[in-house]
Write a protein that binds this ligand. Structure first.
Ligand code: XMP
Length: 510
């Protein structure tokens, strides 16, 4: 295993992915991680990430400098290299010239990190500080036009540093450099596969839940909660009860289809709760987006808790929390003691019902969860489902939610998804959906004037929903969708396409 110390770089998750793509497990840990905790994890190597700070700034992140004496290979990237330099007695200062973008790397020593890289290769730089003097025992191993110490090493101590970013695609030989570190220097083996992950996760769950206790899990029909459910089910069988709440805000036929898929294919023990009426009653007349979200969250909680209390003797709550949520909350709180973000929908439940959390996916990225889902034999329709928000169509109907407006949006959404799937875009898009606007516009149908609703279409690409770009869907495709919607859906006479990215917009409209 490799540990990545998170100094705040926007590329941290990318480093983690690069390591895992090589079949080696890695974890991202905050800089405050105690030395003892590092030792316990028994990593083969440590990567100190880049970060936005300057090392002499007050409050700049620091890891215990004793990591350099553990005998474990360390690779410092950008800020990580500067930290290592300063901690071991070298000198770092503001560079006369900030270096940002491509630079040509001249390699002095083809050994160690730079084995099979060649004499010179492009690299991606992004730093304001630079190293003026190396610590004792270090030698420069590469330079660029602006940066004398673009890479340095103390091979006898297994310490390595690079000023550039090997993890980004702009450094074409970055993959080779990281492989050299992981395999030649750290001596890792390729043992991290979804098969091995599944096996270990099942054993872990079995051990923490024990032989007799029970667990519950909120199943949304999305890939995360489904994969979590299947893993827990493999570990404890029918002692896992899943609860699926139909909040009346799902898409057309969604609840029925999920019922069939989840029950038939996965043999899970599921309780379906039909609470649509209750949600719609609580939402009647509400137009404010935050109030809607709060009401949906509260009613979900009440319904879920009432159902959960019927399952006597449950001691655990399973959740499909993913790694990006965990890292985000750890970084935000700045320490290993940080509370991990729990799913907003069941936030207070573990405490009130004295349940322990089981989160078997908390070290995985979304694409890894999909791969795991395939490994576990989940059907494609589940593995490739686009994310769907807990509050469902409730936050896609702007303004008041009524059965009539729900019906209109469902009709629009059904056409859109049908066409997206038929054109083969469904898997390529992070999400694609329709939004019903709270205003009407004038149109003409036949010879008559109409005054009807507007539907907006949103389709985005993204890797993790933190940022997203609007999808450049072909005009001919949009024309077909718009045509079908206006012709087939009663109550809609205009369709618009959302061309905003996140940030500054969000993916959902509310
Ligand atoms: P935004 O709109 O913030 O959404 O860009 C980011 C991602 O999160 C989903 N989303 C939610 N998921 N409960 C959920 O389970 C929610 O309340 C919620 N709000 C937004 C959204 O669909 C997108 O994938």
């Amino acid at each position: 295993m490799i540990i990545i110390i998170d100094f705040g770089s926007q590329y941290n998750q990318l480093i983690a992915r690069r390591v895992r793509e090589n079949g080696v497990f890695c974890r991202i840990e905050p800089p405050g991680i105690p030395l003892e905790a590092i030792r316990r994890l028994k990593p083969e190597g440590i990567i100190l990430s880049g970060g936005p700070s300057s090392i002499y700034e007050t409050g700049s992140p620091k890891v215990d400098p004793a990591v350099f004496d553990l005998g474990i290979p360390v690779l410092g990237i950008c800020y990580g290299m500067q930290f290592m330099t300063a901690a071991l007695g070298g000198r770092v200062a503001r560079a006369a010239k900030r270096e940002y973008g491509f630079a040509e790397l001249s390699i002095r020593s083809a050994a160690g990190l730079f084995k099979s890289v060649g004499r010179s290769t492009p690299c991606w730089m992004s730093h304001g500080d630079s190293i003026q003097r190396l610590p004792k025992g270090f030698e420069a191993t590469a330079s660029t036009g602006n940066t004398r110490f673009a890479a340095a090493a103390a091979p006898q101590r297994k310490l390595y540093g690079v000023q550039f970013h090997p993890e980004v695609a702009h450094t074409p030989k970055g993959g080779v450099i990281l492989k050299n570190f992981i395999f030649s220097i750290c001596g890792c083996r390729r043992s991290w596969t979804m098969k091995s992950f599944a096996r270990e996760a099942v054993a872990d769950i079995r051990q923490s839940v024990g032989d007799h206790r029970k667990a519950i899990l909120g199943l949304s029909g999305g890939v995360d909660s489904s994969v979590a459910a299947v893993l827990i089910h493999r570990a404890i069988g029918k002692r896992l009860t899943c609860i699926f709440v139909d909040n009346g805000l799902l898409r057309r036929h969604e609840a029925e289809q999920l019922k069939i898929t989840l029950k038939k294919h996965l043999d899970l023990n599921i309780r379906f709760v039909n609470a649509g009426r209750r949600f719609l009653k609580a939402l009647a007349g509400v137009t404010d987006p935050e109030r809607k979200r709060k009401i949906i969250g509260r009613v979900f909680m009440e319904v879920f808790e009432a159902e959960a209390r019927k399952i006597k003797g449950a001691g655990f709550l399973g959740q499909g929390t993913l790694y990006p949520d965990v890292i985000e909350s750890v970084s935000a709180f700045g320490g290993p003691s940080a509370v991990i973000k729990s799913h907003h929908n069941v936030g207070g439940l573990p405490k009130r019902m004295k349940l322990k959390l089981v989160e078997p996916l908390k070290y995985l990225f979304k694409d890894e969860v999909r791969e795991l889902g395939r490994e576990l034999g989940l059907p494609d329709e589940l593995v490739w489902r686009q994310p769907f928000p807990g509050p469902g169509l409730g936050i896609r109907i702007l303004g008041e939610i009524s059965p009539r407006r729900l019906n209109i949006l469902r009709n629009v959404d059904t056409i859109l998804i049908e066409e997206i799937k038929a054109a083969g875009y469904y898997k390529q898009l992070w999400q694609s959906f329709a939004v019903l606007l709270p205003i009407k516009s004038v149109g003409v149908m036949g010879d008559a004037r109409t005054y009807e609703n507007i539907a907006a279409i949103r389709a985005v690409t993204s890797r993790d929903a933190m940022t997203a770009d609007w999808a450049r869907l072909p005009h001919a495709f949009l024309a077909k969708v718009s045509n079908r919607i206006i012709n087939e859906v009663d109550g809609v006479n205009r369709v618009v396409y959302d061309i905003s990215s996140k940030p500054p917009s969000t993916i959902e409209w509310e």
